[in-house]
Design a protein around this ligand. Sequence first.
Ligand code: GTP
Ligand code: MG
Ligand code: ZN
Length: 475
Amino acid sequence: MKDKNVLIKKKCPYCFLQISNEDTGFLLKTDGARFISPALNDVATPKRDIPYVQFWNAMGIPEEQLDAERMIMDNRILTELNQELSAAGKPLAMKHYNPDSFGYVFSAREGAINLYSNTMICPHCHNALPQNFFKYDMLMIGMAGSVDSGKTVYISSLMMDGYHVLQRDNLMVRNAAGNTSDPYLLEMEKNADMLFRQGICPGATSKAFRKPVFMEMSYRLEDRVFPLIVAVYDVAGELIRENTGAGRTGFARYMDGFICMVDPAQMHLEHAVLSRTMPDEAQVLSKLRLLSKEEQISYQMMSNRNDKQIMDPNDFMNDSYHHEDYILERKAEMIMDSLRSGLGEALLHRKYMALTLGKSDKLEGVGEIHSYPASHLLFEREAVSHGFFNMDHHFLRQDLLAEIFDQKVFRLRRNLEDYKASSLFMVSALGCETEVIRDGAQEVVKTVGKVNPIRVEEPLLWIVMKYMQERGWLD
Ligand SMILES: Nc1nc2c(ncn2[C@@H]2O[C@H](COP(=O)(O)OP(=O)(O)OP(=O)(O)O)[C@@H](O)[C@H]2O)c(=O)[nH]1
Ligand SMILES: [Mg+2]
Ligand SMILES: [Zn+2]
């Protein structure tokens, strides 16, 4: 079987349509190389990539925010290119099967200049597929959580210092992005770097579907190695609540699991420390207004297209709408309800739920939490060097967290019973307090001291572990 082309079909991690390795196109990078052949020069000239622009417009990202000028090769362009090359008596451009990755690479040669690409793109939406996409299984994890609950900071914290918090003796994690110069990926990497080096938190996420972060994980168990691709989707809180099932956020139905972030601000605590350190209402309201004009328009188009007029365009920037939203969107229970109503029980039965109290550093000094027995386990920082996490402590924390959730957040039973499996976590992506500082005209949130996460990786690794267990990899 060696070197023989194998046809593999999978779902695109962006548009979720079925694609095969034979249908994929390529994203080309030429570094400005020019060719004698006009047909090759045409291919090597960036053009407005219409399927890509249309996909992201529908997802709420306007063209100005996209790398819309791209060089694309697909099966149709390849056929046309080769007709011209062959008419001119030049060597043909080729798609080669790569038995190592079950993918293809593109190459065209003119004299000493080689036009080459191994960045495969989806033939429908033209987004870059992650490395080894056709070779490894992919686990898709959605960040669910209300506005400002810490989803984006969570992902940045995982990515810091080369996925440092996820690395173990027997677990290796690396970036698996197909296009390493993707502007959104670069932005995420910059966010993670700013957080790691300077403690600066990323800004609020716009109301739009974003590209997932792809990582390749290889877990070693004795002499066997289990590789997989993990895609983490960060979506603004409002989107999950507004329409879980359809349109832009239809993504929720394809996820294998969710990390639902609960902000301690939603807890029923009597302690005054919290309310003082919580972002005030005005701050959250101003975040909700961060949409650009284009985002508002495409957002509006999207809701019209779904025949679900979510709100009247005139009300769109109306304060009262945002005011009610503020109350609702701070509640993790709303997110859980939306997931259930959007996906339906049958689908929920196939998903994992890591229900996670985030920003746990804010609870570190709170007496009400310390009155629970063994509460020190909640703030334990010690990381393991082998395996996923400290299982004994993890199980001890389950009962404790169940009690805390029941008493201080919401009744758990009803919210979790429909999932395939669920587990409770309490983590901090920052592990320290924050302060708001002025940076020129901008306000930025900065940590007080160096970022020192509290077991931030556990919810993610728990889903990875369940996924592997389900496949019998850990037996
Ligand atoms: N103390 C503390 N604050 C945190 C932590 N994680 C996030 N925050 C704060 O919460 C704010 C919001 O975090 P984000 O990650 O932007 O929240 P989000 O859920 O992505 O919000 P949207 O994108 O607006 O839906 C940050 O600016 C931080 O101030 C944490 O671990 N500890
Ligand atoms: Mg965000
Ligand atoms: Zn696609």
